[in-house]
Design a protein around this ligand. Structure first.
Ligand code: UTP
Length: 294
Protein backbone atom coordinates (compact mmCIF):
# COMPACT_ATOMS: atom_id res chain seq x y z
CA UNK A 1 0.00 0.00 0.00
CA UNK A 2 1.27 3.44 -0.92
CA UNK A 3 1.98 5.76 2.00
CA UNK A 4 0.46 9.24 1.93
CA UNK A 5 3.55 11.45 2.31
CA UNK A 6 2.70 14.74 0.63
CA UNK A 7 0.01 17.38 1.09
CA UNK A 8 -0.91 20.21 -1.24
CA UNK A 9 -2.17 23.40 0.40
CA UNK A 10 -3.51 25.91 -2.13
CA UNK A 11 -3.33 29.49 -0.85
CA UNK A 12 -3.35 31.38 -4.14
CA UNK A 13 -6.98 32.55 -4.03
CA UNK A 14 -7.85 36.24 -3.91
CA UNK A 15 -9.86 36.11 -0.69
CA UNK A 16 -12.49 38.58 -1.93
CA UNK A 17 -15.06 37.47 0.67
CA UNK A 18 -12.85 38.88 3.42
CA UNK A 19 -12.01 42.27 1.90
CA UNK A 20 -10.86 44.78 2.99
CA UNK A 21 -8.98 42.72 5.65
CA UNK A 22 -7.35 40.65 2.91
CA UNK A 23 -6.24 43.51 0.67
CA UNK A 24 -2.65 43.42 1.94
CA UNK A 25 -2.73 40.36 4.23
CA UNK A 26 -3.38 36.81 2.99
CA UNK A 27 -6.57 35.43 4.56
CA UNK A 28 -4.54 32.39 5.63
CA UNK A 29 -2.49 34.73 7.88
CA UNK A 30 -5.51 36.04 9.82
CA UNK A 31 -5.14 35.06 13.44
CA UNK A 32 -7.25 32.44 15.18
CA UNK A 33 -6.51 33.29 18.86
CA UNK A 34 -2.70 33.18 18.77
CA UNK A 35 -1.73 31.52 15.48
CA UNK A 36 -2.49 32.24 11.84
CA UNK A 37 -5.06 29.94 10.21
CA UNK A 38 -2.42 28.38 7.97
CA UNK A 39 -0.44 27.15 10.99
CA UNK A 40 -3.41 25.07 12.20
CA UNK A 41 -3.69 23.59 8.71
CA UNK A 42 0.01 22.69 8.47
CA UNK A 43 -0.11 21.28 12.02
CA UNK A 44 -3.02 19.04 11.01
CA UNK A 45 -0.97 17.72 8.09
CA UNK A 46 2.04 17.07 10.35
CA UNK A 47 -0.12 15.38 13.00
CA UNK A 48 -1.47 13.11 10.25
CA UNK A 49 2.02 11.90 9.30
CA UNK A 50 2.62 14.09 6.24
CA UNK A 51 6.32 14.61 5.43
CA UNK A 52 6.21 17.37 2.81
CA UNK A 53 3.85 20.27 2.13
CA UNK A 54 3.42 21.81 -1.30
CA UNK A 55 2.11 25.37 -0.96
CA UNK A 56 0.45 26.77 -4.06
CA UNK A 57 1.06 30.49 -3.69
CA UNK A 58 0.64 33.70 -5.63
CA UNK A 59 1.80 37.27 -5.57
CA UNK A 60 1.25 38.88 -2.17
CA UNK A 61 1.31 35.61 -0.22
CA UNK A 62 4.97 35.62 0.82
CA UNK A 63 3.99 36.24 4.47
CA UNK A 64 2.83 32.61 4.54
CA UNK A 65 6.22 31.29 3.44
CA UNK A 66 7.97 33.70 5.84
CA UNK A 67 5.87 32.41 8.74
CA UNK A 68 7.36 28.92 8.35
CA UNK A 69 10.88 30.17 7.59
CA UNK A 70 13.79 30.52 10.00
CA UNK A 71 14.31 34.16 10.99
CA UNK A 72 17.95 34.59 12.02
CA UNK A 73 17.55 38.17 13.28
CA UNK A 74 14.50 37.38 15.43
CA UNK A 75 16.16 34.24 16.75
CA UNK A 76 19.26 36.21 17.81
CA UNK A 77 17.23 38.99 19.46
CA UNK A 78 15.03 36.56 21.42
CA UNK A 79 18.16 34.73 22.61
CA UNK A 80 19.84 37.98 23.69
CA UNK A 81 16.73 39.05 25.58
CA UNK A 82 16.55 35.61 27.22
CA UNK A 83 13.07 35.00 25.79
CA UNK A 84 13.89 31.34 25.39
CA UNK A 85 10.38 29.87 25.46
CA UNK A 86 9.35 32.16 22.62
CA UNK A 87 12.56 31.42 20.76
CA UNK A 88 11.85 27.69 21.04
CA UNK A 89 8.25 28.14 19.90
CA UNK A 90 9.36 30.04 16.78
CA UNK A 91 12.03 27.47 15.99
CA UNK A 92 9.45 24.70 16.33
CA UNK A 93 7.34 26.42 13.68
CA UNK A 94 10.22 26.68 11.22
CA UNK A 95 11.16 23.02 11.90
CA UNK A 96 7.59 21.74 11.54
CA UNK A 97 7.92 20.27 8.06
CA UNK A 98 9.62 20.62 4.63
CA UNK A 99 7.73 23.12 2.51
CA UNK A 100 7.97 23.48 -1.26
CA UNK A 101 6.31 26.49 -2.91
CA UNK A 102 4.85 26.56 -6.39
CA UNK A 103 3.50 29.76 -7.93
CA UNK A 104 0.07 29.88 -9.52
CA UNK A 105 0.53 32.91 -11.75
CA UNK A 106 -3.18 33.57 -12.29
CA UNK A 107 -6.09 32.61 -10.00
CA UNK A 108 -7.62 30.19 -12.50
CA UNK A 109 -9.41 28.14 -9.86
CA UNK A 110 -8.84 25.45 -7.25
CA UNK A 111 -8.52 22.73 -9.90
CA UNK A 112 -5.79 24.67 -11.66
CA UNK A 113 -4.02 25.37 -8.33
CA UNK A 114 -3.85 21.64 -7.56
CA UNK A 115 -2.70 20.86 -11.11
CA UNK A 116 0.28 23.18 -10.47
CA UNK A 117 1.55 20.61 -7.92
CA UNK A 118 1.77 17.72 -10.42
CA UNK A 119 5.57 17.72 -10.82
CA UNK A 120 6.24 17.85 -7.09
CA UNK A 121 3.69 15.16 -6.27
CA UNK A 122 4.61 12.73 -9.05
CA UNK A 123 2.94 9.32 -9.13
CA UNK A 124 1.63 8.91 -5.59
CA UNK A 125 -1.64 9.52 -3.76
CA UNK A 126 -1.66 12.79 -1.84
CA UNK A 127 -3.74 15.02 0.42
CA UNK A 128 -5.21 18.44 -0.30
CA UNK A 129 -6.02 20.79 2.57
CA UNK A 130 -7.59 24.14 1.71
CA UNK A 131 -5.68 26.94 3.38
CA UNK A 132 -8.78 28.56 4.87
CA UNK A 133 -10.69 25.47 6.02
CA UNK A 134 -10.20 24.61 9.68
CA UNK A 135 -11.26 21.36 11.28
CA UNK A 136 -11.48 20.89 15.03
CA UNK A 137 -11.44 17.20 15.88
CA UNK A 138 -10.04 14.69 18.32
CA UNK A 139 -8.28 12.70 15.58
CA UNK A 140 -6.97 15.04 12.83
CA UNK A 141 -9.35 14.98 9.86
CA UNK A 142 -6.53 14.03 7.46
CA UNK A 143 -5.49 11.16 9.73
CA UNK A 144 -9.08 9.84 9.65
CA UNK A 145 -8.93 9.97 5.84
CA UNK A 146 -5.54 8.25 5.66
CA UNK A 147 -6.90 5.47 7.89
CA UNK A 148 -9.88 5.03 5.54
CA UNK A 149 -7.54 5.03 2.53
CA UNK A 150 -5.91 1.97 4.09
CA UNK A 151 -9.27 0.20 3.58
CA UNK A 152 -10.65 1.62 0.29
CA UNK A 153 -7.41 2.42 -1.61
CA UNK A 154 -9.19 5.08 -3.68
CA UNK A 155 -9.71 8.84 -3.62
CA UNK A 156 -11.70 10.25 -0.71
CA UNK A 157 -13.49 13.57 -0.26
CA UNK A 158 -14.35 14.69 3.27
CA UNK A 159 -18.00 15.72 3.67
CA UNK A 160 -20.22 17.26 6.30
CA UNK A 161 -24.01 17.41 6.58
CA UNK A 162 -25.44 20.89 5.96
CA UNK A 163 -29.05 22.17 6.25
CA UNK A 164 -30.99 21.36 3.02
CA UNK A 165 -31.64 25.07 2.37
CA UNK A 166 -27.88 25.72 2.24
CA UNK A 167 -26.87 23.04 -0.26
CA UNK A 168 -26.63 25.62 -3.07
CA UNK A 169 -23.58 27.11 -1.31
CA UNK A 170 -21.49 23.92 -1.52
CA UNK A 171 -20.22 21.14 -3.73
CA UNK A 172 -22.74 18.37 -2.98
CA UNK A 173 -22.15 14.62 -3.15
CA UNK A 174 -24.81 11.99 -3.71
CA UNK A 175 -23.57 8.64 -2.53
CA UNK A 176 -24.49 5.00 -1.99
CA UNK A 177 -23.89 2.87 1.09
CA UNK A 178 -20.62 0.95 1.40
CA UNK A 179 -21.11 -0.92 4.67
CA UNK A 180 -18.15 1.06 6.04
CA UNK A 181 -19.00 3.46 8.85
CA UNK A 182 -19.45 7.11 7.71
CA UNK A 183 -18.36 6.16 4.18
CA UNK A 184 -20.32 6.44 0.89
CA UNK A 185 -19.50 5.60 -2.72
CA UNK A 186 -19.78 8.80 -4.76
CA UNK A 187 -22.50 8.50 -7.41
CA UNK A 188 -22.97 12.13 -8.34
CA UNK A 189 -21.25 15.38 -7.48
CA UNK A 190 -22.65 18.85 -8.22
CA UNK A 191 -21.04 22.21 -7.62
CA UNK A 192 -23.51 24.59 -5.94
CA UNK A 193 -26.72 22.81 -7.05
CA UNK A 194 -29.83 24.93 -7.65
CA UNK A 195 -32.35 24.52 -4.79
CA UNK A 196 -34.50 21.42 -5.19
CA UNK A 197 -32.16 19.66 -7.63
CA UNK A 198 -30.60 17.25 -5.12
CA UNK A 199 -31.85 15.18 -2.17
CA UNK A 200 -28.42 15.03 -0.61
CA UNK A 201 -27.06 17.36 2.05
CA UNK A 202 -23.51 15.96 2.04
CA UNK A 203 -21.27 18.95 1.37
CA UNK A 204 -17.64 18.67 0.32
CA UNK A 205 -15.25 20.45 2.68
CA UNK A 206 -11.62 21.42 2.16
CA UNK A 207 -9.96 18.01 2.65
CA UNK A 208 -9.30 15.58 -0.19
CA UNK A 209 -7.19 12.47 -0.57
CA UNK A 210 -6.51 12.04 -4.26
CA UNK A 211 -5.05 9.41 -6.54
CA UNK A 212 -2.41 10.88 -8.88
CA UNK A 213 -4.66 10.19 -11.93
CA UNK A 214 -6.51 13.36 -10.91
CA UNK A 215 -3.75 15.34 -12.70
CA UNK A 216 -4.70 13.77 -16.07
CA UNK A 217 -8.27 14.96 -15.62
CA UNK A 218 -7.29 18.38 -14.26
CA UNK A 219 -5.09 18.88 -17.33
CA UNK A 220 -8.12 18.26 -19.58
CA UNK A 221 -10.75 20.12 -17.54
CA UNK A 222 -12.19 23.20 -19.22
CA UNK A 223 -13.16 26.26 -17.16
CA UNK A 224 -16.54 25.65 -15.49
CA UNK A 225 -18.55 27.48 -12.81
CA UNK A 226 -17.28 31.09 -12.47
CA UNK A 227 -14.84 30.67 -15.39
CA UNK A 228 -12.48 28.73 -13.09
CA UNK A 229 -11.01 25.24 -13.51
CA UNK A 230 -13.12 23.38 -10.98
CA UNK A 231 -11.75 20.49 -8.96
CA UNK A 232 -15.28 19.04 -8.82
CA UNK A 233 -15.36 18.56 -12.62
CA UNK A 234 -12.09 16.59 -12.55
CA UNK A 235 -13.30 14.59 -9.54
CA UNK A 236 -16.42 13.59 -11.46
CA UNK A 237 -14.30 12.29 -14.32
CA UNK A 238 -12.08 10.40 -11.86
CA UNK A 239 -15.16 8.96 -10.10
CA UNK A 240 -16.33 7.49 -13.42
CA UNK A 241 -12.95 5.88 -14.09
CA UNK A 242 -12.01 4.40 -10.72
CA UNK A 243 -14.41 5.44 -8.00
CA UNK A 244 -14.31 7.98 -5.20
CA UNK A 245 -15.51 7.72 -1.62
CA UNK A 246 -17.18 10.40 0.48
CA UNK A 247 -16.25 10.32 4.15
CA UNK A 248 -18.31 11.99 6.86
CA UNK A 249 -15.41 12.95 9.12
CA UNK A 250 -15.73 13.21 12.90
CA UNK A 251 -15.21 16.83 13.94
CA UNK A 252 -16.32 20.37 13.26
CA UNK A 253 -15.33 22.41 10.22
CA UNK A 254 -14.99 26.18 9.96
CA UNK A 255 -14.77 28.20 6.75
CA UNK A 256 -12.20 30.72 7.99
CA UNK A 257 -12.22 32.47 4.59
CA UNK A 258 -15.73 33.70 5.32
CA UNK A 259 -16.30 36.47 7.88
CA UNK A 260 -18.91 34.63 9.96
CA UNK A 261 -17.08 31.29 9.71
CA UNK A 262 -13.91 33.03 10.85
CA UNK A 263 -15.62 34.60 13.88
CA UNK A 264 -17.11 31.23 14.89
CA UNK A 265 -13.66 29.65 14.65
CA UNK A 266 -12.07 32.38 16.80
CA UNK A 267 -14.71 31.95 19.54
CA UNK A 268 -14.66 28.12 19.51
CA UNK A 269 -10.86 27.92 19.53
CA UNK A 270 -10.60 30.67 22.17
CA UNK A 271 -12.93 28.96 24.67
CA UNK A 272 -10.83 25.80 24.37
CA UNK A 273 -7.48 27.56 24.61
CA UNK A 274 -5.38 26.13 27.47
CA UNK A 275 -4.39 29.46 29.02
CA UNK A 276 -6.95 31.97 27.70
CA UNK A 277 -10.06 29.77 27.58
CA UNK A 278 -11.30 30.26 31.14
CA UNK A 279 -11.05 34.06 31.12
CA UNK A 280 -12.54 34.24 27.64
CA UNK A 281 -15.56 32.15 28.65
CA UNK A 282 -16.10 34.45 31.64
CA UNK A 283 -16.00 37.41 29.29
CA UNK A 284 -18.59 35.78 27.01
CA UNK A 285 -20.85 35.08 30.01
CA UNK A 286 -20.54 38.70 31.16
CA UNK A 287 -21.44 40.16 27.77
CA UNK A 288 -24.36 37.76 27.51
CA UNK A 289 -25.60 38.86 30.93
CA UNK A 290 -25.20 42.57 30.01
CA UNK A 291 -26.93 42.33 26.63
CA UNK A 292 -30.24 40.87 25.57
CA UNK A 293 -28.49 37.62 24.62
CA UNK A 294 -30.32 34.76 26.36
P1 UTP B 1 -12.00 30.02 -2.37
O1 UTP B 1 -13.23 29.51 -2.99
O2 UTP B 1 -12.03 30.25 -0.90
O3 UTP B 1 -11.55 31.31 -3.19
O4 UTP B 1 -10.83 29.01 -2.72
P2 UTP B 1 -10.65 32.53 -2.80
O5 UTP B 1 -10.35 33.25 -4.04
O6 UTP B 1 -9.47 32.11 -1.99
O7 UTP B 1 -11.57 33.41 -1.83
P3 UTP B 1 -12.87 34.27 -2.18
O8 UTP B 1 -13.96 33.27 -2.55
O9 UTP B 1 -12.53 35.23 -3.26
O10 UTP B 1 -13.15 34.96 -0.88
C1 UTP B 1 -10.68 27.77 -2.03
C2 UTP B 1 -9.21 27.47 -1.87
O11 UTP B 1 -8.58 27.39 -3.16
C3 UTP B 1 -7.49 28.29 -3.26
C4 UTP B 1 -7.75 29.34 -2.19
O12 UTP B 1 -6.55 29.95 -1.77
C5 UTP B 1 -8.45 28.55 -1.11
O13 UTP B 1 -7.53 27.87 -0.28
N1 UTP B 1 -7.43 28.83 -4.64
C6 UTP B 1 -8.56 29.24 -5.24
C7 UTP B 1 -6.23 28.87 -5.28
O14 UTP B 1 -5.16 28.48 -4.72
N2 UTP B 1 -6.19 29.34 -6.55
C8 UTP B 1 -7.30 29.75 -7.20
O15 UTP B 1 -7.20 30.16 -8.38
C9 UTP B 1 -8.52 29.71 -6.52
Amino acid sequence: MKKIRKAVIPVAGLGTRFLPATKAIPKEMLTIVDRPTIQYIVEEAVASGIEEVVLITSEGKSAIENHFDYDFQLDTVLKEKNKLTLQEELNNISNLIDIVSVRQKKPLGLGHAIWMARNVIGDEPFLVLLGDDLVMSEVPCCKQMIDLFGVVQESIVAVQRVPMDQTSQYGIVEGGDTGIERTYKVERMVEKPAPGTTNSNMAIIGRYLLMPEIFDFLGKTKPGHGGEIQLTDALLALAKKRGIYAYEFAGKRYDAGDKLGYLKAVVDFAIRHPTLGKAFKEHLRSICAESSCR
